[in-house]
Write a protein that binds this ligand. Structure first.
Ligand SMILES: [Zn+2]
Length: 507
C-alpha cells in the first residue's frame, strides 16, 4: 500500500469513528442576529461550524455532541476583510494581531502601494510555519519588482529587457499566489515608471486572472490625470482595477466627490471594472520626507514647493509630526505650533525641518489632514467602495486599530452613510470579490468560518491621533477558520490564520 492510500485509510477510520454518533462535532452559534454579507436583511438563524468551515445556516437544532454558543442577540457577520493593509509589518513577531482582530478583521490584504514581502513564496512559507491569528493575502508590488530588476539605477524608464525581466518576476509572484499587481506611483522607484510599463505588467496579471490596485501617481495636483491612468490600464490590459485609499486630498478638490463618482461610473459604463477602497479618516499618514517630492526638482530651496504644500494641499495646522526623529521636543506638534516655538514662519519651518529630517537619515512619520468629512461619506457611499485600513500593527495613525470599528460606529451607525447590512456587505462579500478571494466573506454553507460577533449599538473605535494603539469596543468574539481568536475583547492566543492564495477564477 502506498503512503497516500495509508493516509486515506486512516482518515476514513477517523471519520467513521467521529461519525458513529451522527457526524463530527461542531459548534452551533445560537441566538444571533445574522447579517450574512450578501446585503440582505438580518435573520434570526443558527450557524453551525465544523472544523474550519460553516456547514449549516438556518433554524437547525444543535446536534448532540456539538458545543452550543449563545450569541446573546448580538450581530454575527462574516469576518471583515481589510482591502488595503500594512499589517504584515511585524506580524510574524506579534502574531496575536490585537490591532486587527479587535476591530473584527479576519483577513488582511497586504503587498500594497507597490511593495510586498519578497519573494512571496518565502513569506507565505514563513507564515505557514508559524501562523498568526489572522489570514493573509498579498498583491505583488510593482516597486518591489522594479527595485529587484533596476537596483539603484531606477530614475528612468525601464528598458525593454528590464521590462521583460519584471514580467517574468511578476508571473512567478502570481504563481506563488499573489492576487495581482499593486503600484505605488507616488513613491520610488515606481514614480519613475511610464504608464506603458504598468500596462505591460498588468497584462501579465490579467493573463493569470489577477487584478491591478494602485496608489495612484498623484493624490493631489494631478489627481484627475492619475485616475485616468488607472482607468486606461484597466481598459488596455483588460483586468479589474482599484483606486486604493481613494481621496480628495487637496482643498482645491474638496466638494468634488460627485465629479469623481461620475468619472468612475462613466469608466464602468464603458466596460472598465474599476472599484475603490477608502479609509475612514481625514488624515493620511506617510513619511515626512515624502513631502520633498512635491518641491520642483525635489529642491527644498524652491520655496514655491513649501507654499504649495501649506496653501493648496495642507495647512500649517494640518501637518502633524507624531515622532520627529531629529527633535523629540516636537513630537505630537503641528508645523504651525513648531513655527511658533521657533519664532519663524510655517514655510521656513517646514523647509528647515525637512532638511533636518534628511540629515538625520529620514524616517519621521507625518500625518497630513487633507480630506473633508463630506467627501469621505460621499465616496464611501459609492456602490463599489470597500474599506482598507492602510494601517499597521504599531503605526502612528489610529486606523491601524480603529478603521473598521470607526466605519461601523461612526459612519454606519451615527452618520447613516449605509444601512448596517450594506455596510457589512462592503467589508465582507464585496471586499472578497474585489480582491479576488474565494470562499470567504459570506455566512453560508461551505464558506470558511471567519466570523465576528459584535454589538451594533456599541461598536466604536478608541484609537486617536494622540493615542493610536487603543483597541476598539463592541467587538465581542472573532473566529478565524472556525477557531476563536478574540473572546470578550481579549486575544485567545490561538493562531489559525491561513495564507490565502489567488484562485484562478475568471473575472
Ligand atoms: Zn498608499
Amino acid at each position: 500500500m502506498n503512503r497516500l492510500a495509508v493516509a486515506w485509510l486512516s482518515w476514513m477510520l477517523a471519520a467513521t469513528c467521529a461519525w458513529a454518533d451522527g457526524g463530527p462535532s461542531g459548534i452551533v452559534i445560537v441566538n444571533a442576529r445574522v447579517i450574512d454579507g450578501s446585503g440582505g436583511p438580518s435573520r434570526s438563524v443558527n450557524v453551525r461550524i465544523v472544523g474550519e468551515r460553516i456547514t449549516a445556516v438556518g433554524e437547525l437544532e444543535p446536534p448532540a455532541g456539538d458545543t452550543v454558543m449563545d450569541a446573546g442577540g448580538l450581530v454575527l457577520a462574516p469576518g471583515f476583510i481589510d482591502a488595503h493593509s500594512h499589517h504584515e509589518i511585524g506580524l510574524l513577531e506579534a502574531p496575536d494581531a490585537l490591532a486587527v482582530v479587535s476591530q473584527g478583521v479576519t483577513t488582511v490584504v497586504v503587498g500594497q502601494d507597490g511593495g510586498h514581502p519578497y519573494p512571496l513564496a518565502a513569506f507565505f512559507a514563513r507564515f505557514e510555519a508559524s501562523p498568526a491569528s489572522i489570514n493573509v493575502a498579498s498583491f505583488a508590488g510593482h516597486g518591489t519588482i522594479r527595485g529587484q530588476v533596476m537596483g539603484d539605477d531606477f530614475r528612468r524608464p525601464a528598458t525593454p529587457q528590464e521590462l521583460s525581466r519584471m514580467q517574468t518576476m511578476l508571473a512567478s509572484e502570481l504563481e506563488a499566489g499573489a492576487l495581482g499587481l499593486s503600484s505605488g506611483l507616488e513613491y520610488d522607484p515606481g514614480s519613475y515608471s511610464v504608464p506603458a510599463e504598468l500596462v505591460e505588467l498588468a497584462r501579465v496579471a490579467a493573463a493569470q486572472g489577477g487584478r491591478y490596485l494602485s496608489h495612484i501617481r498623484s493624490e493631489d495636483q494631478y489627481f484627475w490625470e492619475a485616475v485616468d491612468e488607472v482607468i486606461n490600464i484597466g481598459r488596455e490590459a483588460g483586468l479589474p482595477v482599484q483606486v486604493t485609499h481613494i481621496k480628495l486630498a487637496m482643498t482645491r478638490w474638496w466638494g468634488q466627490a460627485d465629479r469623481l463618482k461620475s468619472k468612475l461610473d462613466a469608466a464602468r459604463a464603458s466596460g472598465v471594472d474599476i472599484t475603490a477602497d477608502i479609509y475612514p479618516y481625514t488624515a493620511w499618514n506617510s513619511d515626512f520626507s515624502w513631502l520633498v517630492t512635491l518641491f520642483p526638482e525635489r529642491d527644498l530651496d524652491r520655496r514655491e514647493g513649501a507654499d504649495y504644500i501649506l496653501q493648496d494641499m495642507l495647512s500649517p495646522e494640518g501637518i502633524l509630526l507624531p515622532d520627529f526623529r531629529p527633535e523629540p521636543a516636537y513630537d505630537g506638534l503641528t508645523i504651525a505650533q513648531i513655527a511658533e516655538i521657533r519664532g519663524s514662519d510655517p514655510a521656513t519651518t517646514l523647509v528647515e525641518l525637512l532638511k533636518a529630517d534628511a540629515e538625520a537619515g529620514g524616517g519621521s512619520p507625518m500625518l497630513g489632514f487633507a480630506m473633508s468629512e463630506p467627501d469621505i461619506e460621499a465616496i464611501m457611499a459609492w456602490p463599489h467602495t470597500v474599506i482598507g485600513s492602510d494601517g499597521e500593527l504599531a503605526g502612528s495613525h489610529p486606523r491601524g486599530y480603529g478603521a473598521f470599528s470607526r466605519y461601523l460606529g461612526h459612519y454606519i451607525r451615527e452618520r447613516g452613510v449605509l444601512s448596517l447590512e450594506e455596510g457589512v456587505r462592503r467589508i465582507s462579500a464585496l471586499s472578497a470579490r474585489q480582491a479576488g478571494i474565494a470562499d470567504r466573506g459570506l455566512i453560508a454553507p461551505g464558506y470558511y468560518a471567519d466570523l465576528v460577533l459584535f454589538d451594533p449599538a456599541r461598536v466604536a473605535d478608541r484609537a486617536t491621533y494622540e493615542d493610536p494603539h487603543q483597541p476598539s469596543v463592541g467587538i465581542a468574539r472573532v473566529w478565524v477558520n472556525g477557531v476563536l481568536v478574540l473572546d470578550g475583547g481579549q486575544v485567545t492566543g490561538n493562531r489559525p490564520g491561513a495564507v490565502i492564495r489567488h484562485s484562478r477564477q475568471p473575472h
